[in-house]
Design a protein around this ligand. Structure first.
Ligand code: SF4
Length: 272
């Protein structure tokens, strides 16, 4: 398969120049906003990146996940990171087999199950990756004091925005691309997701190596490679978010039905 050769044409102005440097290991709140280069040259570079992402999406459609990962790591080098919810380590395992030392961004909302924090720590210990713990601007106590308790039950969209979307924007600053474990079958909103996407809002390339995998393929990969899995998955939580907004589901039920159950909300906003 002829793959688009992006490395030579990734604009130098985008290389590590989207934001401020990130400290490795942890990323807390309140760093100054990055200065945006809005010069016409950057506009041209961004347009070129968008075209190249579209080309990659065409040529990598249906390609094995390992090929997608290799293309992305060859293209972006250390300017690509992984985002993980720590439901399992499939994406971490896939990527780290191809390239070691990739940054893994974990959004530590302050509301996670203890098992999820334990999975994060296990991933950091077991795989050759660099886990970056990203925290919101405010602690849970500070948010409660300013906005009242249990914002997640009164306005979950705002809570997700403050504790997930904004911290992710800040954490993605140093990168030109990011890997996700998004799969088309997970939600209606994800049903037309491409293997490589141009994220216009963030001006980044989004790479989804397992976008066309079924849950059975995920399970088979986990079994074959002994991949780390959050223990809650085997206790009725096939999709895991904050403890405050995730409930156990019946066997065979829609895996995402335990997220924000009964509210109509299906996405936290970071993949929209
Ligand atoms: S999942 Fe719930 S607790 Fe977590 S950030 Fe979103 S609304 Fe807040």
């Amino acid at each position: 398969m002829a793959l688009p050769q992006l490395r030579a044409v990734v604009p130098a102005t985008l290389c590590g120049n989207r934001g401020h440097p990130v400290s490795r290991g942890t990323l807390g709140p309140a760093e100054p906003a990055a200065t945006q280069n809005t010069a016409p040259a950057r506009r041209e570079d961004v347009t070129r990146m968008e075209r190249l992402a579209d080309q990659a999406a065409e040529e990598l459609a249906g390609a094995p996940a390992e090929d997608v990962v290799r293309w992305a790591t060859d293209t972006f080098g250390d300017r690509i990171c992984i985002t993980s919810s720590m439901t399992d380590a499939v994406i971490v395992h896939l990527v780290s087999r191809v390239r070691e030392g990739v940054d893994v961004i974990f959004l530590d909302t302050g509301y996670h199950f203890a098992e999820t924090i334990g999975t994060r720590d296990a991933v950091s210990a077991v795989y050759p990756v660099n886990v970056i713990n990203v925290t919101p601007e405010q602690t849970v106590a500070e948010q409660d004091e300013q906005m009242g308790p249990r914002l997640y039950s009164r306005n979950p969209d705002l809570c997700c925005y403050l504790r997930k979307v904004v911290p992710l924007e800040r954490a993605l600053g140093p990168y030109d691309a990011w890997f996700t474990g998004v799969r088309r079958e997970e939600t209606d909103a994800r049903s037309d997701t491409r293997v490589v996407q141009w994220d216009a809002r963030r001006e980044m390339v989004k790479v989804n190596p397992i976008v066309d995998w079924t849950q059975a393929q995920v399970d088979a990969y986990i079994a074959e490679h002994g991949v780390l899995v959050n223990p809650l998955v085997y206790d009725g939580y096939p999709s895991i978010g904050c403890a405050t907004c995730t409930v156990r589901v019946e066997a065979g039920a829609d895996a995402r039905s335990g997220r924000w159950a009964g509210t109509g909300k299906t996405e936290c906003g970071i993949h929209l």
